[in-house]
Design a protein around this ligand. Structure first.
Ligand code: BDR
Ligand code: CA
Length: 315
């Protein structure tokens, strides 16, 4: 199977970093560009972390672009309590050997699919600010991509940043609203935090396996997610750290991993108490579905892809 040509939008924190390893080193992805945005960390830190992650995978050639440094209307809100102040578990990683490329992320999101219409898959792992900005400039943008996969939302309304909302949608709900209004269910697939909570939790046994593998990518994966492990223990109550962005990336790279999905009309709440919550209309009278919502993924298949990828020595 030829590798999937990808554009990846990321606010690189510790789980985005693992998603970048999957895309860069599994053999299933062909990353053409990485665009960065504020979210877990400010945009410059996200770009630094993306460059470090790609270097860990042996891919210093992939262009990384800086994008928007805050939501469309709201104050920027990081996630130091989840991913550490540096986004990478406060592990003191050295600076990357490469720097971001010229050109704004939004320009890259617009120009790559114009040069390669219908060929590129867009994977978003972050608040949707860059994507919404690009859609305001080109409302037909999604038609120019082969498919769009977003780590976004919580279709079961169990939130990680509020009782009912998931971080990427909560952080910039107006941007998410622009995205859902431009989306169609045959083109745009969301993999929410519900999937991560059920099918992408790294248990103590999984964590020990990473330690025993001991390769640069396995060690990196384990170390940078240590603050997420604390957050899982104290806040979300999971049996280990979860990997939302990697499982979204795995679905993009291998959609056969999906075991359950639905199509529905989804809107985004921008009201105070329900900020970022998905409003899913499942009535027979609902408007036409605008999103495919992945609801379950084969956990064993996802973890096999992860372990196989990080077990390799970086090229
Ligand atoms: C999302 O928010 C961030 O903490 C993760 O990187 C992921 O993109 C999960 O809600
Ligand atoms: Ca992310």
């Amino acid at each position: 199977m030829p590798a999937l040509p990808l554009i990846i939008d990321t606010d690189t924190g510790s789980d985005d970093a693992v998603a970048l390893l999957l895309a860069a080193a599994s053999g299933l992805g062909d990353i053409r560009a990485v665009t960065t945005v504020a979210g877990n960390v400010p945009v410059a830190v996200a770009a630094r972390n993306a460059l470090i992650s790609l270097e860990t995978a042996g891919r210093t050639d992939i262009p990384v672009h800086l994008g928007c440094d805050g939501p469309m209307l709201r104050e920027a809100s990081g996630a130091p309590e989840v991913h550490g102040a540096d986004g990478m578990g406060d592990t003191g990683l050295p600076d990357p050997s490469t720097a971001p490329r010229d050109g704004h992320a939004v320009e890259a999101l617009l120009s790559y699919p114009r040069r390669h219409p219908g060929e590129l898959t867009l994977v978003t792992l972050a608040p949707l600010t860059n994507i919404a900005a690009a859609l305001l400039l080109d409302p037909e943008l999604f038609t120019r991509y082969r498919h769009v996969y977003c780590m976004a939302g919580a279709a079961d309304l169990v939130g990680n940043v509020s009782p009912t909302a998931e971080f990427n949608v909560w952080a910039d709900p107006e941007a998410a609203r622009i995205v859902t209004r431009a989306a169609s269910a045959d083109k745009v697939t969301w993999i929410g935090w519900d999937v991560s909570r059920k099918d992408a939790v790294m248990t103590p046994v999984d964590q020990q396996r990473l330690v025993e593998l001991g390769t640069p990518m396995a060690t990196f994966t384990h170390r940078i997610n240590r603050t997420v492990a604390d957050f899982a223990r104290n806040v979300t109550g999971l049996a280990g750290y979860d990997l939302p962005d990697p499982i979204a990336m795995a679905v993009a790279l291998d959609p056969a991993l999906i075991t359950e999905q639905e199509q529905a009309h989804v809107q985004i709440s921008v009201a105070d108490e329900t900020r970022g919550q998905l409003i899913i209309d499942r009535r027979v009278s609902a408007p036409a579905p605008n999103l495919t919502l992945v609801r379950r993924v084969a956990e064993a298949g996802f973890k096999k892809l992860l372990f196989d990828t990080v077990a390799a020595p970086a090229s």
